[in-house]
Every structure is written in C-alpha cells, then in structure tokens.
Design a binder for this molecule. Sequence first.
Ligand code: NAI
Length: 684
Amino acid sequence: MAEKQKKYLNWKAETDDEGILWCHLDVPDRSANVLSSAVLEEFERFITDVEADLPLGLVILSDKQSGFIAGANIDEFISIKDSEEALEYTRRIHKLFNRLEALACPSLSLIHGFCLGGGLELALACRYRVALDDPKTRIGLPEVLLGIHPGFGGSMRMIRQIGALQAMPLMLAGRAVDGRKALKLGLIDRLVPERQLHRAARAMIRQQVPQKKASAWARLAGHNMLRPLVAGFMRRELRRKANKEHYPAPFALIDVWEKHGGDEKDMLDAEARSIAKLFITDSSRNLVRLYKLQERLKSKDSEVDFKAQHVHVIGAGVMGGDIAAWCVLQGLSVTLQDREPKFIAPAMKRAHKLFKRKLKQTRLITAAMDRLIPDHKALGVEKADVIIEAIVENAEAKITLFKELEPRIKDTAILASNTSSIPLDDISRQLKAPERLIGIHFFNPVAKMQLVEVVHSASTSSAWLDRATAFCRQISRLPVPVKSSPGFLVNRILTPYLLEAVALWEEGVTAEQIDRTAKSFGMPMGPVELADTVGLDICLSVAKNMADTLNITIPDTLQQMVDKGHLGKKSGRGFYTYDKGKPGKNKNAPLSSMTDIEDRMILRILNECAACLREQIVEDADLLDAGMVFGTGFAPFRGGPMHYARARGLEDVVAGLAGLEAKYGERFSPDASWQALIHANDPG
Ligand code: NAI
C-alpha cells in the first residue's frame, strides 16, 4: 500500500494496489475516536484532496480498538455560546458530509464497536456500510440523551435509509442497536466476521452494488398526506414518556420531520436550525453535565490495575442472585453460594432470563450459563478474586460469615458486603484485617441501576477502596465512594423525601397528587409509588435505622400499615391497591389546595444533601449529584440536586426551608452548611 497523505494528524490515508483509498481515523491520545472540530477540519481538507484525485473507492475505518467513532466532541458543545455559533458549526458539517455523499467514487464505512452519533451520521453519508459481527458493535443516534437531536444530517439520512417508522423511534429514544438488528433494519449493508471485513469492503467497492434505501412501504409514512398523522401519533406516544418542558429535543425532532420531511434539503436546513436552538437549552446543558459526570465515574483515577476473573457471591436472594448474573454478563465466572441448592435455583432461572434478553444468541447464553456455578458448599471462596456477601440484613449473621471467610480467601481478593444499613465498622472490627472490608452497595434492580456506592469505614485502606472501585468499573457500574454512615448517601437523602410524602398523605393530600407533583418536577416515579415499590417494611426499617442518628421522625402511618401487612406492591396493597403489579390510581382524586407540596418534598432532599456534604459522606457536590441521578433517577434534566439548588439560588433554597420550618417545624431547619455553600458559590 502506498501512503498517500502524510499531512494529517488524526487521519491516515493509504491507497492499495487496487486503487482503493483506505482512510484510517486514529485521534491521538484518546481511547475512542470523536469528531472534534480539528478532526472535521482535517477531514474537509482530506475530502478536497479526494475530490481532486478520485480513487477507485474510499473506505473510512478506525484504528481504535474501542470502535469506529463514538460521536462528536462533547467538550465543544459546552463551549458553544449562542444559537448563531451553533448554526454556523452545524451548517459547516452539513456541507462537509454532503460533499462526502456526493463523491463521484463509491464510499464505505467499515464499522466495529461503537458507531454512534456523529460517527453514524458520517457513516450514513457514505454509499455503503459494512460492520463487524460482534456483540460489541453498537450503532445508533443517541443525541436526545444529551438534550439535542441528530445535527450532522443524521435525522434526514437515517429516515431516508430505513424509513421514518423505524428511524424515528430509535432517534426519539436515543437507542443504539447491535449489528444484527442494524442489518435487519437496513442501516448497514453487510455484517461479517473479522477475517472477512476488509475483503467485504473491497468487494462492495469493486462491484458497486446498488445503494440500499428504504423500501417504498417504509417510505410511506413520510408521504405528505400521512406525515402529520404519523407525527401526531408519535407525539402522543412520546408525551407518555417525556415532558416537553423538561426534554424538548425529541419533540423538536418530530416537528422538524413533520414540517420538512418531504424534502431532503429542507429537512437538513430545519435540522440545523432546530439543533442550534436546542444546544443552548438548560436541559441540554444539564444532560451534557451528567454525561461528563458519568465519564468522570468511569475513568480510572488511581494506578491500581485490578482485574477480576472469578467472583464468589454469598446469598442468592434478590440482590445476590442479580449481582451474580450481572457479573457473568460482564464476562466473569461466578460461584453463587446459599445455604441450600433450593435457594440458588430461583436465581439461576432469573439469570437465564436476563441472559436471553441481553445476549439473544443461544451460543452466548449457554456460555454465560456455564460461567454461573451454583455452589452451596462454598468451594469457590479460595479461588475468587472478589467475594461479595449479600445474605440477610443481620449484623450477627454477617459477622459470623466474614469471620469464617477471612482465613480462607486469597491475599489479593476483595472482601465486600452489599449491606444497605449495617455500619461497616461493626463487621470489620471483628476481623483480623479490618482495613480490608469494603461495602459494594448495589441498587435494585442491579441490571438497570448503574450506580454502586463503594463504602469505606474508618479502617478501610485506600488500596482496597481503589481495587473495589476498579472492580465496579470492570463490571460497567458507576462507582461513587461514600463514607459508612446510616443510609450511606442515596438512601439517606431519599428517606426524608419519602417520609415527607407520607406526612403529606397523613394530612389528606392524595397519593395521586403527591406522585404527580414529584413527576412534574421531573422524578421518574412519585415517592408514594416508590415507597410501595421498595416495600413499606423496608422503608420503615431503613428509616428506623437512620432515626437514631439523624433525628428524623417517622410518621405513624408507616408502622401501622406494616403491622397490617400492607407492605406495598409485593403484598398487593400499600398506599395504592395493586392489580397484576399495577397501582390503581384514581384519575379524579380530589386536589388539595396546598401550595408547597413540591417544596416540602424537594427541599427536604436538598437539605439532606447539604448535611451529607457537611459530614463528608461523599467527596464533593458533583459526586453527590451523580449518585442521586444514577442511583434514583433524580430529574436528569436538572443536572442533579445540588446543581438544581445552585440554579434556583442557594439563598432562595435557605429562605424556602426557613419558611417551611416556621410552618411545619424543625425538620425543615436549614442545615448548618448552607452558609458555607453560599460563600463557596459566590466568594465575592
Ligand atoms: P434476600 O432475603 O432476598 O436474600 C438473602 C439470601 O441470603 C437468601 O437466599 C438466604 O437464603 C441467604 N442466606 C442467609 N443467610 C445465609 C448464610 N449464612 N449463608 C449463605 N446464604 C445465606 O435479601 P436481599 O434483598 O437480596 O438482601 C441481601 C443484602 O443486600 C442485604 O444485606 C440487604 O440489605 C442488601 N440490599 C438489598 C437491597 C434490596 O433492594 N433488596 C438493595 C441493596 C442492598
């Protein structure tokens, strides 16, 4: 192969013996390729060169192991000042991708791993797409997750490629698909094993096979007569899942398509104008902020290079069973221990269901089941790199177990408890090496909740904390280090909020109104339904656990309901009555005229956040925000509770609390740390 251009920093171009130009993207000093302005500027020059000296065909590929292109450069989004700047930026990229599309020679994207956002938009501007048949191949346009919609021509091109009925749901949900699904949808032309990747690309270029386009049937929904009807239907469906005020981007995408979907040029222009407005919304800024926080939690912050191969989980109940299955799904071998085989069987069944849903192919499901080994005799303890205890929440039982385990485990193995309320010191002080015990606190359901609190006691060493954090990253969970203290971080902040909801209910506000108020603030589920879902017995026991140290009062109702066996969803009755797992909500429930329902709930959250920062339960406010969003789904478009408090005005939060204290009592008394937070926010 002859190396053609040596003048690029991010791209490397080589022409092979057949005259095909292979253009490799390899952005220096990054593990994944992103389309920064620098990368795109070079690509502009590259396209000019290609236009001047046409090859037989152009293949665009990535030299990164992580994949093709992960998207645009998010850091540059933050620096966009206004809509004009955003519009100029978008139009320039439109022009560039139009030139790529208009090349007189065939062009092809050769995809492996991530092909997301701007990466897919570039690939869609090529004549062909060939992808690697591998579970790691992920193809999609996830822009709405950042509060925008596709803006590099992707909305027009994806619809053109596979039709609006298939493209819009993917873009509206920001969902990525694997290679098989992408092939079925028509997003890619070929899905091939690694050894055939380059050969397949060459063959497509040489044969100049006709370009794949959406069938006439798939294009029907885009017809001028039908589009408004389909758009109306999509808008109604979307409204069920998202609030337009909070998440304007997907609604804007429907508008763009409805009004301009009949003409490709018009659609591109409307896409650019729409995204230019979205870029600067609070919703987008806050979602980008969360994305950056997520990156922070994912990135390695210590030198520790811990890699587990074998995990031993003790307790095959709700949590242990699901933790074991999740670790297997991440490629690890797991031995799962319980008192008797009959307690392990339900967990094996649940794991099989999860593997079927996530892995789809029989070969992969069988391999996963082979890695999950029932182990009631505890034979895996000596071999494991990580031991996670998830037995009943009883300090005595846990202490006995850890004392048995300690002399048997490998010197290098992580020793962890999934306890949600027992102080780690109570257990670790009974051990020979107390510095070793760590809390790895997962959230339920494990496969859905990304957050893991990595809990350290006064005696835990930083070396073990670093290892546990590395392990959480290895299994694709987001670790937030927290200090051992009642409720740790997330449950502690959530408890006053749930208790306030019960207090409101006691005062006659209906469950429906309480939940609706919280949801209109942006919570994924109202607090009453959440309490019912978690189980009122569990809420009560967590609250009691915290009541001793945190000076909280537990509304009588909670104890009374638990005494009556009204435990929530699991018993069929709690604050709501459940039919096949669904709460019976009364749409016509009477409305209370109380005006401070939202503040009573939300300000209790914020006050507890301030207390946690004062007690250094978590290192900083950003980590706290990440914990609350990824652990509870706290209104993502608000960027986390402390970010919301700052946006609202810290003085306003304190004044709100003081007003509620005067009306309802000392549970609203502003935490002592607010003044320091106000000063830190505005030292001038
Ligand atoms: P569970 O009651 O569903 O399961 C506990 C399992 O441990 C049972 O299968 C039991 O047979 C087994 N077990 C009890 N003693 C044992 C022993 N000595 N050796 C081996 N197995 C033993 O309980 P769940 O809900 O899974 O909770 C487990 C732990 O996870 C608790 O510490 C809990 O606080 C914590 N947790 C629970 C969450 C939840 O939502 N359920 C969330 C986060 C943490």
